[in-house]
Design a protein around this ligand. Structure first.
Ligand code: DAK
Length: 261
């Protein structure tokens, strides 16, 4: 991790097996500049093979999860840099991260900020959260999954309204539409996300990992192919030590002690 990206994101351990990554550009509404994206990607990259991380919480501050890509970096960007610079890989580090990520969203999640939340697996929102895809105001379109993931999250009509008219939706609307899983008082957003992450982290890690993979697979393949994939994942887990531990612990009426094996 570079020195710049270390300050653009703050990494901490709020609970056993949980990594917290906080976007740290409060004066710029946590706009996602190269340092922030690089910092998130580096933190997740470090966590991929780290057995002490089983779930990640990604958050911002009370005013903004992230108000989008950094507009002040945009004047010098060209089609070539958009296609070839490191940001594509940084975005992929989030969407392709194999362990669960819980987004804790207070305030604005706009443009790339909304896309970042949607690249996470679960979104916990504070009552003050606002989600939007206002890229057309800038003459661009959503570039990190907004035209694809938002439709799948909230349906065509609401997605079109957000993407074409740049109308924001509040936390309650996002909950009703299925974009977020929980709405809580803003001061409890992070606490709820960390608690959820802690619960996920207490489950069998390999089962959690394959569950995430199988659910994400459902977006890309037919039902028949998805069901085949699920069955194969399920069969593979029957060969793990943690499966034996989970089943034995149930029968012996004790807490399972999973080893990620
Ligand atoms: N970029 C840079 N600075 C930003 C920013 C942003 N997105 N959003 C806010 N700021 C800065 C403001 O410029 C201001 O800085 P100073 O003037 O104090 O230096 C400071 O944050 C506070 O903002 P405001 O003064 O505007 O605060 P307000 O409360 O009045 O308004 C707001 C808050 C969030 C509603 C407003 O700032 C706003 O509308 N911000 C822009 C939101 C936006 O348009 N977001 C979408 C950006 S485009 C791609 C991947 C992703 C993307 C594209 C391609 N590829 C992989 C190809 C994504 C594109 C985008 O996200």
């Amino acid at each position: 991790m570079t020195e710049q990206s270390e300050t653009a994101v703050l990494v901490s351990r709020p609970a056993d097996f949980v990594l917290q990554v906080r976007i740290n550009r409060p004066k710029a509404m946590n706009a996602l500049n190269g340092a922030v994206l690089g910092g998130i990607a580096a933190a997740l990259g470090d966590a991929v093979d780290d057995d002490s991380v089983r779930c990640v919480v990604l958050t911002g501050d009370e005013r903004a999860f992230a108000a989008g890509a950094d507009i002040k970096e945009m004047p010098t960007r060209t089609p070539a840099t958009v296609l070839t610079d490191r940001r594509g890989a940084d975005w992929h580090a989030v969407a392709g991260f194999p362990k669960p990520i819980v987004a804790a969203v207070n305030g604005y999640a706009l443009g790339g900020g909304c896309e970042l939340a949607m690249s996470c697996d679960i979104v916990v929102a504070g009552e003050n959260a606002m989600f939007g895809q206002p890229e057309v105001n800038l003459g661009i379109i959503a570039g990190a999954g907004g035209t694809q993931r938002l439709v799948k999250a909230v349906g065509k009509s609401l997605a079109m309204k957000m993407l074409l008219a740049s109308e924001f939706i509040d936390a309650r609307t996002a909950l009703a539409a299925g974009l977020v899983s929980d709405v809580v008082a803003p001061e409890l957003t992070l606490e709820r996300a960390v608690a959820l992450a802690g619960t996920i982290a207490s489950k069998a890690p390999l089962a959690v990992r394959l569950t995430k993979q199988a659910v994400l697979r459902s977006f890309d393949v037919s039902m028949a192919a998805g069901l085949d994939y699920e069955r194969n994942c399920s069969a593979a887990l029957f060969g793990t030590e943690d499966r034996l531990e989970g089943v034995t612990a149930f029968i012996e009426k004790r807490q399972a002690d999973f080893k990620n094996r």
